[in-house]
Design a protein around this ligand. Structure first.
Ligand code: PGA
Length: 254
């Protein structure tokens, strides 16, 4: 069975007290829902430990890191390892977010190394792919997505792949207020799932969680989440407001 979920990407926002306040507000709101949604929170590094403690009693809440280093350990001043993350309760890691790809020049080799390291360390990768506006305008969306899937994801063993979550995030929709229409997003999600079908067969493809990300908000979430191949969202800006994020969580089908 495919897991439906919503992941909050807090990016470089919130300090200790606002992270505690937001987490508590979410926990308070969600406890009245008949079917507790699966939620992943991704705070900045210094906030992981305290958010981890807060969500520990709630099995539907999980914790993701936004980044980590692909080496096991070593002299990498300023970097954070997968094992460090595990030790503070992190279960998931975001890999290949377009901001890491663009602003920090993370290319496919590095992202593939991170993918393998996360899986070895027992962390669940949330692997992000997405085309730019010019890719889309030049009809190169699927070429771009293939280039992002082939080196790392499509070379995994079936067993390893079955642990991975995919996030489709068109770069032109991230933080811009421009969302892909449900039809545009569904078309790409179906295509992504088809690649997995070709590689590993129907059951593995059917069971893979594929999130949509890019300006998801309280007004567009239910239409997006009701698409056949969209299994939830990776939400940036709208995850920083408890009330709005709660509305997004309520839009997730049970
Ligand atoms: P956004 O960000 O919801 O603010 O567009 C999504 C993301 O970057 O994961």
């Amino acid at each position: 069975m495919r897991t439906k979920l919503v992941a909050a990407n807090w990016k470089m926002h919130l300090d200790l007290s606002s992270a505690i306040e937001l987490t508590q507000a979410l926990l308070d709101q969600i406890k009245d829902l008949p079917n507790p949604p699966n939620v992943i929170l991704s705070p900045g590094f210094p906030l992981l430990s305290v958010v981890s403690d807060k969500i520990k009693p709630y099995s539907n809440f999980k914790l993701a890191a936004q980044n980590f280093h692909e080496s096991v350990s070593g002299a990498f001043t300023g970097e954070v390892s997968a094992d460090m993350l595990r030790s503070v309760g992190v279960t998931h890691v975001i890999i290949g977010h377009s901001e890491r790809r663009q602003l920090f020049s993370e290319g496919e080799d590095r992202l593939t190394a991170k993918l393998h390291r996360a899986l070895e360390a027992g962390l669940i990768p949330i692997f992000c792919i997405g085309e730019s506006l010019s890719d889309r305008e030049e009809n190169k969306t699927f070429d771009r997505l293939s280039a992002q899937l082939e080196p790392g994801i499509l070379n995994l063993s079936k067993e390893a792949f079955e642990k991975v979550i995919i996030a489709y995030e068109p770069v032109w929709a991230i933080g811009t207020g421009k969302t892909a229409t449900p039809a545009q997003a569904q078309e790409v999600h179906a295509w992504i799932r088809q690649q997995f079908h070709t590689q590993w067969g129907a059951t593995t493809a059917e069971n893979c969680t594929i999130l949509y990300g890019g300006s998801v908000n309280a007004s567009n979430a239910s239409e997006l989440f009701s698409c056949a191949d969209i299994d939830g969202g990776l939400v940036g800006g709208a995850s920083l407001k408890a009330n709005e994020f709660y509305q997004i969580l309520k839009a997730l089908p049970a």
